[in-house]
Design a protein around this ligand. Structure first.
Ligand code: ADP
Length: 533
């Protein structure tokens, strides 16, 4: 046995990331596009220094160790300040998705027991939808010139009236951030990120064969900061000194292309829907924008169609596909072309790049099905993907969703995959009953339950059908009660009470009975075959 000290037990906490941004990359830009389209300029150093004051102010408002601070913000410098301040002071930053229905947001903020919320002025209307349903002790508004409503605090005034906080020492296993993910049935589930997970994720995300982030880069996360930490880009930028360009709510193709070209963006990231629309804009006006510095587009959150890879190749731009989940912080796999395929036929290269890719270092994968147990990596057998690793969840907030974890502690993803001899996964199906539309989830089961609550409806099954713009859209198959009729418009109105507009199906198909399996479940595969066209 060796009898000596080994290495310093240095805590892998986000404090080190925030301090590094402040010490070494103070002058690096953080560019924010405001809701009115104007540009605001800050720096990593200014954000880190303001985070110290913000933390002091939050402490003054009563935020203590482990308390949750909610954000209802776009991708903007203030959001980065909260990403810095809240974990570094020992509290938990809880990012809220403003696209959810008010009832869902109310559930989420109650479940997380958020004490304070920071809201962008442009999202006050969304906030109004659920503010009565939960008691926040303080509401802080990031104003862009408008008046701050009575009873709420102004973000700048809050920061201005406080002193810079000396960061406490934070144990790396403590919670620093949290984010909710859609439940297949029932309510959303909270995923709580430890400091250690986010630090290791930032390091790994920066590796050249992952996202490849360096101080040479200018990153534009189109993926919102309320979706799994904007895939880790803000923390990776702070750790490595990359410039950050934050688009705010302006996510139409022309606005994004304008920002990429005027700010010299080298890497951007988001869901396929965004890049599909952007490709149309580029095809229409190929010479309008200077994209000379743009090196790669990271695309994930939903399957990347081959046409997207080919479309960007035509413009000399490289799309890299990644797979991940809120539960995996989120990066799980990245699809980079292996050396031995570099010279192979275009067909083979596209086939490989259209896969979801190879696991990140430290992320372990396996897949199994009921008949065969763990599947061979022969690209033929299919099974549900299971993962584990230092940035993979070990459970959900408040102990829900225990059935998503195996007895030996692996996380069950609900994605059905094939795995090839290189270990690259290909998602073939989904065991979770959800529709993913434009990168956002819609629960089939929730839609079905609500449709079946309508007096005219006997049975309802909701399936995902392919859609060229959104990836998938929900389609409702209905069997009506004898002797009654109802039209789709009435059903849409009925659903609008519980669902956000974009979650409501466009298509309703009426059948006499819905086919069922031997165990009495709807035969969704048969329905998809029938109605997908
Ligand atoms: P995110 O916020 O990153 O989209 P979610 O947890 O909401 O994460 O969604 C994760 C799910 O999205 C995965 O389980 C998978 O079904 C789907 N998904 C993510 N990336 C891809 C991809 N590249 N190809 C196909 N499906 C994907």
């Amino acid at each position: 046995m060796i009898n000596s000290l080994t290495m310093d037990d240095y805590p892998l906490s986000l404090t080190a990331v925030v301090e590094r941004a402040e010490q070494f990359y103070s002058g690096r830009d953080v560019v924010s596009r405001r809701p009115d389209g104007s540009i605001a300029r800050s720096t990593l150093g200014a954000c880190a220094r303001r985070a110290r004051r913000l933390a002091d102010a939050l402490a003054g408002l009563g935020v203590g160790d482990g308390d949750r601070v909610a954000t209802l913000l776009w991708n903007q410098a203030e959001h980065l300040e909260l990403y810095f301040a809240v974990p570094a002071m020992g509290a938990v930053v809880h990012t809220l998705n403003p696209r959810l229905h008010a009832d869902e947001l109310a559930f989420i903020v109650q479940d997380a027991r958020d004490r304070v919320i920071v809201v962008d002025e442009s999202l006050l209307e969304v906030f109004d939808g659920f503010r009565e349903l939960h008691r926040f002790e303080h509401v802080i508004v990031v104003s862009h010139g408008g008046p701050v409503p009575d009873g709420m605090l102004d973000y700048e005034t809050v920061i201005g009236g406080s002193e810079p906080m000396e960061w406490p020492v934070i144990d790396e296993r403590r919670a620093g951030a949290m984010c909710y993910t859609s439940g297949t049935t029932g309510r959303p589930k909270g995923v709580v990120y430890s400091h250690r997970a986010l630090v290791l994720h930032s390091l790994a995300a920066a590796l050249p064969d992952a996202l490849g982030v360096s101080a040479q880069d200018t990153l534009l996360p189109v993926v919102p900061m309320f979706h799994a930490n904007a895939w880790g880009l803000p923390y990776a930028a702070a750790l490595l000194g990359a410039r950050l360009v934050l688009p705010g709510p302006n996510l139409d193709p022309v606005s994004v292309l304008d920002l990429i070209s005027t700010e010299g963006v080298t890497m951007t990231a988001g869901v396929p829907t965004v890049w599909m629309a952007m490709l149309d804009a580029l095809d229409a006006e190929p010479d309008r924008w200077d994209l000379g510095r743009l090196d790669r587009l990271i695309v994930g959150g939903a399957a990347v169609p081959r046409s997207l890879l080919e479309g960007y190749d035509r413009h000399g731009l490289t799309v890299v596909q990644a797979w991940g989940m809120t539960e995996t912080a989120p990066l799980g796999t990245v699809s980079r072309l292996p050396v031995d395929l570099r010279e192979s036929a275009a067909e083979d290269r596209y086939a490989f790049r259209a896969r979801q890719g190879v696991a990140m270092p430290f992320v372990e994968i396996r897949a199994r099905n009921e008949e065969d147990g763990f599947i061979e990596w022969d690209d033929a057998a299919m099974g549900e993907l299971e993962v584990r690793g230092p940035w993979v969840a070990a459970g959900y907030h408040n102990g829900t969703g225990a059935d998503s974890f195996t007895e030996d502690g692996w996380f069950r993803t609900g994605d059905i995959v094939r795995i090839d001899h290189r270990g690259s996964i290909r998602i073939c199906d989904r065991s979770k009953d959800l529709v993913k539309s434009g990168g956002e989830w819609i629960s089939s089961v929730d839609l079905e339950n609500h449709l079946m609550a309508h007096p005219a409806v006997a049975e309802a099954a909701v399936i995902a059908v392919p859609d060229p713009r959104w990836g998938e859209r929900p389609l409702a198959v209905l069997a009506l009660r004898d002797g009654v009729t109802v039209d789709p418009e009435q059903l849409r109105e009925h659903l609008a009470r519980e669902f956000a507009r974009w979650q409501i199906p466009e298509r309703f198909e009426f059948v006499s009975t819905i086919p069922r399996t031997a165990t009495g479940k709807f035969k969704k595969i048969a329905l998809r075959d029938q109605f997908s066209a």
